[in-house]
Ligand binder design. Structure first.
Ligand SMILES: [Ca+2]
Ligand SMILES: [Ca+2]
Ligand SMILES: [Ca+2]
Ligand SMILES: [Ca+2]
Length: 335
């Protein structure tokens, strides 16, 4: 019996047709085996055939059979085109950065271990951000500009506490300070009375308190790596400056404040005078790191000259040139 080529419309009920013939293994066999585990050789078009009937068709079983056959043939052609594979293959996901495979165009890929480790970062709660110091051409003492029993960094506000990371670009020294309130003289802003407690933990040995606002009152104490400020002030500001934090370096300074009177807000000041609001009820952490990540989230390897300030670098101006404010090896602000 050969394959039927008769038009379906002319096949009467009860006619035995061969959908495909010969019993030769073919893609259709594969389909049938895969779908039903039943060798598919013939459809016997009888009323008893367990196929859904289409009510609108006068020869429902034939029509159904035709549809089923066509479907099988279509699938069979697809399988044949795929080389007769009988298993549906899920294509592999396209290469991407973060899949732990070093693909074309990627310098590295450690998957979930891809990360960016900046030279300096500020952590408040769950938020971690890369920061850099506010660069000036003054040392810590001149930056604080202590007179009239107050700081004059330019970041003072009446009800504000400031935690400021400053760098003297003439020496590269990194300094960390804090001040609360504002000098009424000159600003015209009055904070009648301020009461502030600030703790800084983890202060590196190299960092020295070089400014103490109203030192005669003895409001600043250092005990090992802890610097405490217990300030009370009237119509002026109080604060301190630490000079000479190692940079590049590896340290973590944790700061917290408790406000008793006058001051309500707290913020960090870094590069270009940009501010980050800090949470008065939460410790803030400033961290310096020496060892960069092995692979960044964009599948690049940290390097000096790539324009990103990575751990271990004090600057990165995107080039490997000296004499332009960032040394060719990113280790200093001069050559
Ligand atoms: Ca990849
Ligand atoms: Ca003061
Ligand atoms: Ca870099
Ligand atoms: Ca340079």
């Amino acid at each position: 019996m050969g394959p039927s080529t008769a038009p379906v419309a002319s096949i009467a009920d009860g006619t035995e047709i061969t959908v495909f013939g010969g019993g030769v293994p073919s893609p259709l066999h594969a389909v049938a085996t895969m779908m039903r585990k039943v060798p598919l050789r013939t459809f016997l078009l009888r009323d008893e055939v367990d196929l859904p009937r289409l009510p609108a068709s006068p020869s429902g079983p034939v029509y159904c059979c035709l549809m089923v056959s066509r479907w099988f043939l279509l699938l069979a052609s697809c399988l044949a085109a795929c080389g007769g594979r009988t298993e549906l293959e899920v294509p592999p996901p396209p290469p991407s950065c973060g899949d732990a495979v070093v693909d074309r165009g990627e310098a590295c890929d450690l998957g979930e271990d891809n990360r960016q480790i900046p030279a300096l970062e500020l952590i408040v709660g769950d938020e971690v951000r890369a920061v850099m110091p506010f660069d000036t051409s003054t040392d810590a003492v001149r930056f604080y500009d202590y007179r009239s029993e107050s700081s004059h960094t330019g970041f003072e506000e009446g009800d504000l506490g400031v935690w400021v990371l400053q760098r003297d670009v003439t020496t590269g020294r990194l300094n960390l300070g804090a001040h609360f309130g504002i000098d009424e003289d000159g600003s015209g802003i009055t904070v009648e009375h301020g009461l502030v407690a600030m703790d800084m933990n983890g202060v590196p040995d190299e960092a020295v308190v070089v400014v103490e606002d109203e030192p005669e009152q003895g409001e600043v104490r250092r005990i090992d790596d802890v610097v405490l400020g217990r300030w009370e002030f009237w119509r002026n500001s109080d604060g301190l400056m630490l000079e000479g934090l190692p940079f590049p370096g590896a340290w973590e300074v944790r700061a917290s404040v408790v406000y008793g009177d006058g001051i309500r807000r707290w913020q960090f000041v870094g590069a270009n005078g940009e501010t980050v609001a800090l949470d008065v009820d939460e410790e803030a952490l400033l961290r310096a790191r020496l060892t960069p990540a092995a692979c960044r989230p964009d599948c690049t390897v940290p390097a000096c000259g790539d324009g990103v300030i990575d751990a271990g670098e004090v600057c990165d101006d995107g080039n490997a040139t000296n004499g332009d404010g960032c040394a060719a090896d990113c280790s200093s602000l001069d050559d």
